[in-house]
Write a protein that binds this ligand. Structure first.
Ligand code: FMN
Length: 183
């Protein structure tokens, strides 16, 4: 069963990105993946800001990244890029932390004008971290993410294209798993 780590990088306590990430985690579990979600905002801020890779919580996340077959990296668009909080974690990862992994970038934003943040801002850093395959990413408009209790409802038009991208990511991981097992 291919394993997936879902990282969400919003500093907000009521983050739409984190809610969307949990929603995607549920879908991926239904597609036969072992999934763990991590909110970067729950890591010790001092360790993130001082680049302390010896911090036990940070070290545990680094290990979780290393152990995963695939990683979903979810961030809000802040100032036309991904969040600084997410960057503080990415900066702590080893140089090729994503080597051999499939990676799905997902961003949420307030304006369709920033739809390209997923490819212009987030994708390059994931490639620089050595990702084997950064699959097609997706941008979700914040107004299309509606919290219903602990769950999330996606606007009709937003659901289908997002699920296509997520299912494509799942397919890539299932196709690669036998190769990984054999190596
Ligand atoms: C500090 C800040 C900067 C933002 N900058 C942008 C931006 O440049 N482009 C955009 O489309 N949305 C921008 N937004 C809106 C957020 O990207 C959007 O509401 C997102 O879904 C928030 O996700 P979150 O609830 O997980 O933090 C910004 C929001 C904040 C708080």
């Amino acid at each position: 069963m291919p394993s997936i780590l879902v990282l969400s990088g919003s500093p907000s306590a009521t983050s739409r990105t984190a809610a969307l990430a949990e929603h995607l985690a549920l879908r991926l579990r239904e597609r036969d993946h072992r999934v763990r979600t991590i909110r970067v905002r729950e890591l010790p801020p001092a360790a993130l800001l001082s680049g302390d890779t010896r911090d036990p919580a940070v070290a545990e996340v680094v290990e979780a990244v290393a152990a995963a077959d695939g990683v979903v990296v979810a961030s809000p668009v802040y100032k036309a890029a991904y969040s600084g909080l997410l960057k503080s974690l990415l900066d702590l990862l080893p140089q090729f932390a994503l080597a051999g992994k499939a990676v799905l970038p997902v961003v949420t934003g307030g304006s369709p004008a920033h739809v390209l943040a997923v490819d212009y801002a987030l994708r390059p850093v994931l490639s620089a971290l050595g990702a084997h395959h950064v699959v097609q990413g997706w941008f979700v408009l914040d107004s299309h993410i509606v919290a219903v209790g602990d769950a999330v409802e996606l606007a009709e038009g937003a659901r289908r294209p997002l699920y296509e991208v997520v299912d494509g990511f799942s397919d890539v991981l299932h196709a690669r798993r036998p190769l990984i097992d054999a190596s």
